[in-house]
Design a protein. Structure first.
Length: 257
């Protein structure tokens, strides 16, 4: 699988130590790394389809001070899709309102009729990119139905509907940023934690430092802005539990790379 890291804060915080510890896990997740920063209304994505520990660029990137209030990072262990740039997280797409969406995923889609259509539209071959394209299409339909409404609450409810729709039989650990808000969801036990302090929330698949890390509640969407939780979705019962069939599917996909 993959690992996720994200920050939402009301001020810039230094991230080098967190990121060093996060990317140290790339021995277990060797198929790509990515960074995305969202400061001052801009999007900057840096990624390579190589193991983070082997990246000359990333090694030198982390020697400079990295400070941000809104960012995400990803390391990939491929299960669906070849190892190449187009399959490296995070993924970005723009909706018809001009809003930029950025997504990273830790998980696998085993069943989803809704996403099959996007296999012929995506740049890469991952199920994760298909999730993003589906979200953008649903948002575009929402805007048409509501005359381009900019009400964020409408987006929250639609995102809650989408994660509940996609989560049965699938592992849907997601971090998504829409230019204003972070959407956080997981449906497997022990796979996403948060560290809250001084107007900031740091999310990570595994705790990265000593401190009061707290596990994110599963099977529920949470929305954050500038270090504050602003929305909680309805709880669902679609907990992902690895079974023998899924393990076989994942093994066959990884062995084929």
């Amino acid at each position: 699988m993959c690992e996720l890291f994200a920050v939402t804060s009301d001020h810039n915080i230094e991230l080098n130590w967190f990121l060093k510890n996060f990317f140290d896990h790339s021995s277990e997740h060797p198929n790509g790394w990515g960074l995305a920063f969202f400061d001052e209304g801009n999007i900057s994505v840096e990624k390579e389809p190589v193991r983070a520990k082997d990246s000359y660029y990333l090694k030198h990137r982390l020697t400079d001070e990295i400070r941000s209030s809104r960012m995400m990072a990803h390391i990939r262990r491929a299960t669906v899709g070849d190892v190449n740039f187009n399959n490296t997280h995070p993924f970005t797409a723009k909706d018809d309102s001009g809003r930029n969406w950025t997504l990273m995923h830790n998980g696998t889609i085993f069943e989803s009729e809704e996403l099959k259509h996007y296999q012929c539209l995506q740049k890469g071959t991952t199920d994760s990119e298909r999730i993003l394209l589906y979200i953008v299409d649903r948002m575009n339909s929402l805007y048409r139905e509501n005359d381009g409404s900019g009400d964020p609450a409408i987006r929250f409810w639609l995102m809650d509907e989408i994660v509940q729709e996609l989560s049965p039989h699938n592992k849907i650990n997601l971090v998504i940023f829409d230019g204003e808000y972070f959407y956080i969801h997981k449906n497997e036990e022990g796979t996403l934690f948060k560290l809250e302090k001084k107007g900031s929330v740091i999310f990570s698949t595994r705790p990265l430092t000593t401190g009061p890390w707290e596990e994110i509640s599963r099977n529920q969407l949470f929305v954050y802005k500038d270090g504050n939780k602003v929305f909680e979705g309805a709880r669902h019962d679609n907990t992902y539990i690895m079974n023998e069939e899924n393990m076989r599917t994942l093994y066959m996909g990884y062995a084929a790379l």
